[in-house]
Design a protein around this ligand. Structure first.
Ligand code: ADP
Ligand code: MG
Length: 450
């Protein structure tokens, strides 16, 4: 069996829903994971923020979410002659109930004058809870044996709201139990991105978390493959929205795909590959608008033709430089710095050290100020912001000097903030001013891939 995941763009409107059903029909009892309809998660989070001071603005957003979902199911069901059926009534009730739940959560936030992370996750989960149930109902309207599965019953996580960690043992058991009860009779349709902790709170796996859900389910069920369906024909040599010349890459290793995702290729959640790779399950990235295209296959196999595979970039980074009060940096110093970053869930991108200091590139995230506060316990902290990272992945050139020379002479800037290269991992990371990132990305791509 295969796990098929359809992202926000695939869930965009009744037209894309039809496309997705046409793809699903070609499979024998797949397990379906869907994201929220496009824009919904961002709108939900914006509503949670706006309700604090401008409840009227939050109301405009929730009205839009309500109307858009109503429009999708009304148009879809009328196109298949089911506008007056029980299915239509089920869908309308579901939308009304979820909107009622959302409004209660927003009132709670407004009255408390703050939005705590647990409530924020409950709000965010509504997008996938809406889309997955409605999509399963629309499948029934087409005569497919689709069956809604509440991810809250399968995806058990810890209580780290916003970036919760899944409990894989629980998930493996729950998913297998569900699958063994339903094999050959149903096509499960489950929302990605959300789950519940042991106390029954909704949690979320972080942005693009539906990819991660698909991989967790694929691993739990030892699927033959996990297919991530989106709006581009695979993983490209660079984001095709930024570099229109970018080309799809037929094969990538798990390590290369993870590296690209981690350093900004938004097509995949960085954790997606972990469960799949542990179980050696290939992951495909494919395009719902051009389903015949082979897309990208991610697996354990690696190829090395001494050329760079792909590049990614991030534009919202900072460098933190912590200088130890002792002239020579001790192990406790380094351990303390990294432990603090870990506790504040700050990703560490690029690291360089001198005899008494360590410089770390991380994201300009919510937790940054608090993390800096705590880092001051270990020494003086300097912050440079307004930066970005360009990462070249799969670089195992015959001559490293030539590669570095080519890249450096192409970069559209006179100032490089940090640079790191690992021959064994085939990775080159360059930290530049944010404004230099896009021009440099385009220039490097031109130089190395054309
Ligand atoms: P979905 O809604 O299906 O999850 P996303 O918007 O999350 O889709 O991911 C697809 C988008 O990722 C593409 O439209 C593309 O602009 C962007 N992207 C960024 N880097 C890459 C890359 N290297 N290859 C392909 N797409 C990329
Ligand atoms: Mg995505």
């Amino acid at each position: 069996m295969r796990v098929l995941k359809f992202g926000g763009t695939s869930m965009g409107d009744e037209y894309t829903w039809q496309k997705v059903f046409n793809i699903i029909k070609q499979y024998d009892h797949p397990y379906i994971i869907v994201s929220a309809t496009s824009r919904t998660t961002r709108q939900l989070l914006a509503a949670a923020e706006k309700t604090l001071n401008n409840p009227e603005d939050a109301k405009l957003i929730t009205d839009d979410i309500h109307n858009r979902h109503y429009a999708i199911i009304t148009k879809f069901l009328s196109s298949v002659g089911e506008s007056d059926s029980d299915i239509a009534a089920n869908c309308q009730n579901w939308i009304d109930e979820r909107m009622h739940e959302l409004n209660s959560l927003l009132t709670k936030i407004h009255n408390a004058h703050k939005c705590n992370p647990a409530v924020e996750d409950a709000v965010a989960s509504i997008g996938e809870r809406l889309s997955s149930y409605l999509f399963a109902q629309c499948g029934k309207a087409l005569g497919l044996p689709t069956q809604w599965v509440d991810a809250a019953k399968i995806i058990r996580t810890d209580s780290n709201f916003g970036k919760a960690l899944p409990d894989e043992d629980f998930i493996n058991q729950a998913a297998l139990e569900l699958w063994n009860n339903k094999t050959n009779t149903h096509i499960p349709v489950m929302g990605g991105y959300y789950g519940k902790d042991t106390k029954g709170n909704f949690t979320t796996l972080g942005f693009e978390g539906s990819d991660y859900t698909a991989s967790l389910i694929g691993a739990a069920l030892s699927a033959d493959a996990i297919e991530i369906w989106t709006d581009v024909s695979g993983i490209y040599t660079c984001d095709p929205r930024t570099v229109p010349d970018a080309q799809p890459i037929p094969n990538l290793s798990f390590q290369e795909a993870t590296e690209l995702a981690y350093f900004g290729a938004k097509v995949l959640h960085p954790s997606t590959t972990k469960p799949a790779s542990q179980k050696k399950i290939p992951v495909y990235v494919k395009n719902i608008f051009d389903s015949e295209q082979p897309g990208t296959r991610i697996s354990h196999e690696t190829t090395n033709d001494h050329r760079i595979k792909a590049m990614a970039f991030k534009e919202n980074c900072v460098i933190l430089t912590v200088t130890s009060s002792n002239t020579v940096m001790g192990y406790e110093f380094l351990a303390g710095v990294f432990e603090t970053l870990h506790r504040h869930h700050m990703p560490v991108d690029v690291v360089t050290t001198t005899e008494a200091s360590v410089s770390i590139t991380t994201e300009n995230d919510k937790g940054l100020d608090e993390a800096i506060d705590k880092l001051c316990d270990y020494g003086s902290v300097e912050l440079s912001s307004g930066l970005g990272i360009i990462s070249l992945v799969g670089c195992k050139p015959k001559k490293t000097q030539n590669l570095i020379q080519d890249v450096m002479s192409t970069i559209q800037t006179s100032y490089i903030n940090l640079i790191s290269y690992s021959e064994s991992k085939g990775n080159l990371n360059i930290v530049l001013e944010k404004t230099d990132i896009i021009p440099s990305v385009i220039a490097i791509h031109n130089e190395l891939f054309r």
